[in-house]
Design a protein around this ligand. Structure first.
Ligand SMILES: [Zn+2]
Ligand SMILES: [Zn+2]
Length: 127
């Protein structure tokens, strides 16, 4: 029963009042601690940054094919800090931080693109 309520609450609140320019904030609508994470989409072939968007909770490029090389492969990487060069490419994703434990609610990961590689993501994250 608790689990059902948890799912229901997460599905209802999109934390729209949490500003994307802060790292953490409590959502005034549901009281959850929300972390803003930033992701960048790159071409999986030539590696240039692509303008991305979110669709059904997945991060995807806005255009089907890379302007530079014509590939439709892409990778999604998390970026710790965004700079002004990256801001037009960076996609904010609001993530609920569970303060009781360190598990995150990242429903989009489960349905992420097949090429999504957590290992690659972790490596890029450190650069
Ligand atoms: Zn909320
Ligand atoms: Zn390319």
């Amino acid at each position: 029963m608790i689990f059902t309520e948890f799912l229901k609450r997460n599905r209802v609140c999109r934390h729209d009042k949490v500003s994307p320019d802060v790292e953490y904030a409590y959502c005034p609508d549901c009281g959850e601690l929300v972390e803003n994470k930033w992701y960048i989409v790159r071409c999986g072939c030539c590696g240039i940054k692509l303008e991305g968007t979110t669709k059904n909770g997945k991060i995807i490029p806005q255009e089907k094919f890379c302007r530079n090389c014509g590939s439709k492969n892409f990778t999604v990487e998390q970026t710790d800090k965004i700079n002004f060069v990256d801001i037009r490419y960076a996609i904010p994703v609001k993530t609920v931080v569970k303060t009781a434990d360190i598990n995150y609610t990242q429903s989009w990961v489960n349905t992420a693109e097949r090429r999504f590689s957590p290992k690659l993501l972790a490596e890029n994250f450190r650069v």
